[in-house]
Design a protein around this ligand. Structure first.
Ligand code: NAI
Length: 247
């Protein structure tokens, strides 16, 4: 019998991360749910266990390298391996550039950009050490390509995620480790509700084919597909999971 895969999912307490955790567990993988928010993260674990799956929660601030390194260590100490690292935790809110305060700018960079860098480095190192031909999947966004008002810092981070993905894929391929980014458009999660007051939520929704928000389960399905060995030719790619988000 082949050993079960182990998937580490950051931002696993909510939205895309929670749905992805549920998906991997439902498919028989062991899941390590990581998030800043302990109560909601534990809730994801309870949902998985109630459905007969295996999971643990590790409270993690992805903006701190030592936290992400400890997360990867905990996954390996608990389940013996790490096959999938989904660097997905993210934050964002709408603030026009002239009103942007530095604390907000740095918070977004620290979580969305440095958080992904930390996950790539910690998981890449551990997979190489254990000789595991794993996959690292990073959540980018259509906002890594397209400008939109009020999300200056967010664009910077998502552009960075795209280039970090390509660069890490180039270096880790020799170890059989793939690195991919998934780029959603407008997904129905709490993060996007913060865009409501500025009117940006309605305009984002209108850009999705069919004038609707993508459901987080759809992104979870895409991430799961990309993690499979059958997707072995997909490496260093940014996979649009945006339902045709218009530029
Ligand atoms: P969400 O707000 O539902 O989930 C984000 C999760 O990240 C939360 O559980 C939060 O506690 C966690 N988190 C925030 N800071 C953290 C930190 N320092 N350490 C650990 N965990 C932290 O939002 P959603 O939509 O599920 O976001 C997931 C990813 O998808 C983000 O990277 C976001 O930028 C990206 N995305 C979302 C889109 C959308 O329309 N919802 C579109 C494109 C990309």
């Amino acid at each position: 019998m082949t050993e079960k895969r182990v998937a580490v999912i950051t931002g696993g307490a909510s939205g895309i991360g929670r749905e992805t955790a549920l998906k991997f567990a439902q498919k028989g993988d062991r899941v390590v749910v990581a998030d800043f928010n302990a109560a909601a993260g534990e809730e994801t674990v309870s949902m998985i266990q109630a459905a007969g799956g295996e999971a643990i929660f590790v409270q993690t601030d992805v903006s701190k390298y030592e936290d992400v390194e400890a997360l990867v260590e905990k996954a390996v100490a608990t389940y013996g391996r790490i096959d999938v690292m989904f660097n997905n935790a993210g934050i964002g809110r709408v603030t026009p550039v002239p009103d942007l305060d530095w604390s907000h700018y740095h918070a977004v960079i620290n979580v969305n950009q440095h958080g992904v860098a930390h996950g790539i480095m910690a998981a890449g190192k551990k997979m190489r050490e254990l000789g595991i031909k794993g996959v690292i999947i990073n959540t980018a966004s259509v906002f890594g390509f397209l400008a939109s008002p009020g999300t200056f810092a967010y664009h910077a981070t998502k552009g960075a995620v795209i280039m970090m993905t390509k660069s890490a894929a180039l270096e880790l391929a020799v170890h059989g480790i793939r690195v991919i980014a998934v780029a959603p458009g407008a997904v129905d999660t709490p993060i996007i509700q913060g865009y409501k007051d500025s009117g940006q939520l309605a305009s984002m929704k209108a850009k999705v084919m069919g004038n609707k928000l993508t459901q987080p389960q759809q992104i979870a399905d895409s991430v799961y597909l990309l993690s499979l060995p059958e997707a072995s030719a997909i490496n260093g790619s940014v996979v649009m999971a945006d339902e045709g988000y218009a530029s």
